[in-house]
Ligand binder design. Structure first.
Ligand SMILES: Cc1cc2nc3c(=O)[nH]c(=O)nc-3n(C[C@H](O)[C@H](O)[C@H](O)COP(=O)(O)O)c2cc1C
Length: 169
């Protein structure tokens, strides 16, 4: 049931030593590719990092908020060709699909934001990732999703229905 999945999905920043099964990873990536895109432009691309060295390099994309990636077994850089009119929305939706698919496979993940983030005074986090992983300049980088086995299940979320307005705000 989708509602159960949505309630269960939480951010995980610590991961177990469990190796990620290739079939599971393929399903997670496929789910991201199946996310809707504006005008069906399908310009989303993923850079999948599986070796520890590369994951560590990605974890340094900004001074705070991305160090958790170091512990991940896999990190996925979510990119979208900027020629797509809705590239930012497309990339966000694909990233959300990835996170839900990760949860559905019994694994945990967290989003490391890239938009507006800086590697240092002279370089944006986006440019840092582009340089390190040979991502073309014409691409937007939305985030890096780190994933791995869960150490401990997080509490389910509860929806705040006061945020829902009917007919008028
Ligand atoms: C757009 C976006 C950007 C985020 N950026 C970061 C980030 O840079 N570092 C981080 O540790 N978590 C990041 N998160 C995870 C949020 O902190 C997390 O989703 C939020 O606290 C709610 O917790 P939950 O995912 O367990 O429901 C981000 C989440 C979203 C949706």
């Amino acid at each position: 049931m989708f509602y159960e999945l949505a309630k269960r999905r939480r951010s995980y920043r610590k991961f177990s030593n469990e190796e990620i099964d290739e079939d599971k990873l393929k399903k997670i990536l496929a789910s991201g590719l199946l996310a809707p895109t504006g005008a069906n432009s399908k310009k989303i691309e993923f850079v999948v990092l599986k070796n520890q060295k590369d994951i560590e390099v990605a974890s340094e994309l900004k001074p705070m908020g991305s160090a958790f990636l170091k512990e991940a077994k896999v990190a996925i850089i979510v990119c979208c060709d900027k020629s797509a009119p809705t590239y930012r929305q497309d990339a966000s939706i694909a990233a959300a699909y990835l996170q839900l698919a990760v949860e559905d496979e019994g694994l945990g993940s967290c989003w490391a934001n890239v938009i507006g983030a800086r590697y240092n005074d002279t370089k944006t986090s986006e440019d840092y990732l582009k340089d390190k992983f040979f991502i073309p300049e014409s691409f937007h980088i939305e985030c890096v999703i780190g994933l791995g086995g869960k150490i401990k299940e997080a509490d389910e979320k509860a929806p705040d229905f006061s945020k829902i307005h009917y007919n008028r705000f």
